[in-house]
Design a protein around this ligand. Sequence first.
Ligand code: HEC
Length: 145
Amino acid sequence: MKKTVALLTVALLTAAGVARADGLDPIEIRQTGLDLLNGDFAGIKVALAAKGDLKTLEFPAQAIQRFAALMPSLFPKGSETGHNTKALPEVWSDQAGFQKAAANLGDAAGKLVVAVKVNDADAAAAAFKGVGEACGACHRTYRAK
Ligand code: HEC
């Protein structure tokens, strides 16, 4: 009996370590993705200020929307610590709230996609403000300073 429990424990621990065993570290993946997200966000900001053709922003805006949809899966159980992660325990203790915060970013980015597609500068500016607020709102609750 004891042996079975021990074997089960080993099996569970092994399962939890799968993401690392195959060389994919969820913390490095999400931090790298967030850096790219940040670059994307900064690029859109510059482009909006330059008041050029907004249609070129469709892809970067879509990328934010897509990344937002992926975000919850980049914080799997077992990735609470390591690699100087700044993710707070609330990411895991308040999964619903974290998912909502990611969905809010997706919604805001979706509005930006629509606005740039029709080259509506005012709507794009408003939507971009919403994107920035969605970043900040999540960071306030789920990311360490
Ligand atoms: C749903 C929550 C959430 C949203 C929305 C969000 N972030 Fe974050 N962000 C985090 C968390 C949590 C971390 C810490 C991740 C870690 O260190 O493991 C983080 C980390 C970062 C980092 C540091 C990455 C690194 O190299 O360590 C950057 C840059 C960043 N976010 C930018 C943004 C920008 C820009 C937006 C909006 C376009 C955004 N984030 C939206 C939760 C969010």
